[in-house]
Design a protein around this ligand. Structure first.
Ligand SMILES: [Zn+2]
Ligand SMILES: [Zn+2]
Length: 351
C-alpha cells in the first residue's frame, strides 16, 4: 500500500508530504503545517508556520490567536521544494480547503473535512456559509469518511430548515424559548443562515459570538443576534431561538431559559440511540460532512484510482472502494471532531 514516491505518508506527527517537507493538519507540533480548516482537531496550536485558505484567516486567528500564517486564495498555488500546493473549497466551514499537491506530474488531494449538497438539493444551496465543495481531479484522493455508512443520508436542506422553523414557531406561539444546541464553529452559523429570522429574536451563547463576528467580517450574511445579557426585555426570550454549544446542556446557563424546548443539531441525530442519549426534545439531522451518497459522488468526481480513507468508518468505506475496483487503504489519524461531541454527550448525560 505504501510506495517510496507517495506524496503523502503517515508519520507520528500527522500526514506528511516527503518531497515538500511539510505536514497537513498535524496533531503534534511541526515546522510547517498546511491547515485544511480551523476545527480544533485539524488546526492545533504549536506549529512554527501555518498555511491556510484566505477566507479562513479570521476563524483561524479567532481560535489560535497570533500565529505565523500565510494564506492562499482558493486556486492560487505556491511551490515548495518542487511541490505545487494549492487549496480548493471543501464546503465544510468558512475557509475549509482541500489540499492539492502536484509533484513530477502526479496529483494528490487531501480533502480535510468536506460537505457536498445532496443529490436532491439545489446545488446552489450547498453550505450557505462558505464556498461550495469543488471536485479536483487527482491520482490519489485522501478522503474523510465521518459518515461513511449507508444509513447516513441527509434530507434536502430546505426541508430540514423548514422543520427547525416549525419547531421554533410552535414554541414561540406557546411562549417557550427554543434552545438549539450545535457545534459553535460551523454548525451554529449554518443554522443562523438557514432559519427564518422573522419568527422571533435570536440569542447566541458567548462561545458562538466570536465565530459569528469572524464570519460576518469575511462577508457571510447572518441574521442579527444578541447575547443573552444584551436582551433587556426578558419576556422576549419566550419567542427566542437560542443557539449554544452542546456543553450547555443541563448547565446553569441553560436553566435560565426555564421550560425551554431543547434540541440538538448533528449528523449523529440520524441514530435513534444518539437522540435518546442526548435526552433532548428534538434531534435535527444537520451535518457539515458529506453523507454516504455524497462521499461516493465526491470520490467519483476526482477520477482518482487510489483512495486513502482517514477518520470515520474507514473499513466500510475501504471495502466499498475496493469493490468499485479502486486501490484503497486507510490512514489512522487523530481527527474526529463530531465524534468527540457525541462522546462528551454520553458522559454528561450518562448513557
Ligand atoms: Zn471539521
Ligand atoms: Zn475532521
Amino acid at each position: 500500500m505504501s510506495f517510496v514516491d507517495d506524496l503523502v505518508v503517515l508519520r507520528p506527527e500527522g500526514l506528511y508530504c516527503p518531497p515538500g517537507d511539510f505536514y497537513i493538519d498535524p496533531w503534534r507540533p511541526v515546522g510547517r503545517a498546511v491547515i485544511t480548516h480551523a476545527h480544533a482537531d485539524h488546526a492545533r496550536m504549536g506549529h512554527t508556520r501555518y498555511l491556510a485558505a484566505a477566507p479562513g484567516e479570521g476563524v483561524l486567528r479567532a481560535r489560535l490567536g497570533e500565529i505565523d500564517l500565510q494564506t492562499l486564495a482558493y486556486g492560487e498555488a505556491v511551490d515548495h521544494f518542487g511541490v505545487r500546493v494549492s487549496l480548493h473549497p471543501a464546503g465544510h466551514v468558512l475557509g475549509s480547503a482541500q489540499v492539492r499537491l502536484e509533484h513530477r506530474g502526479r496529483v494528490w488531494v487531501a480533502s480535510g473535512d468536506y460537505f457536498v449538497a445532496g443529490a436532491d438539493d439545489d446545488p446552489a444551496e450547498g453550505n450557505a456559509t462558505c464556498a461550495p465543495f469543488e471536485p479536483v481531479r487527482c491520482d490519489c484522493f485522501i478522503t474523510e469518511s465521518t459518515f461513511g455508512l449507508p444509513i447516513y443520508r441527509w434530507a434536502p436542506q430546505r426541508e430540514l430548515f423548514a422543520d427547525i422553523d416549525r419547531w421554533w414557531a410552535a414554541n414561540a406561539a406557546a411562549g417557550r424559548p427554543s434552545l438549539l444546541m450545535g457545534y459553535s464553529f460551523g454548525k451554529a452559523q449554518r443554522i443562523l443562515a438557514g432559519v427564518d429570522p422573522s419568527i422571533g429574536p435570536i440569542v447566541v451563547h458567548g462561545a458562538v459570538d466570536p465565530l459569528n463576528r469572524a464570519y460576518r467580517a469575511a462577508g457571510v450574511a447572518l441574521p442579527p443576534t444578541r447575547l443573552v445579557t444584551e436582551v433587556i426585555d426578558k419576556s422576549e426570550l419566550r419567542r427566542a431561538l437560542v443557539i449554544a454549544p452542546p456543553s450547555v446542556q443541563n448547565s446553569t446557563w441553560a436553566r435560565r431559559f426555564g421550560d425551554a424546548s431543547d434540541a440538538f443539531a448533528s449528523g449523529w441525530m440520524q441514530l435513534r440511540g444518539a437522540r435518546r442519549r442526548r435526552a433532548v426534545d428534538r434531534g435535527f439531522v444537520l451535518s457539515d460532512h458529506a453523507d454516504w451518497p455524497g462521499l461516493q459522488r465526491a470520490i467519483g468526481a476526482t477520477g482518482a484510482q487510489r483512495v486513502i480513507v482517514t477518520h470515520g468508518y474507514e473499513s466500510v468505506m475501504v471495502r466499498w472502494l475496493t469493490e468499485q475496483g479502486l486501490e484503497a487503504g486507510a490512514f489512522s489519524t487523530e481527527y474526529g471532531d463530531e465524534k468527540e461531541e457525541v462522546a462528551e454527550s454520553m458522559t454528561t448525560v450518562g448513557a
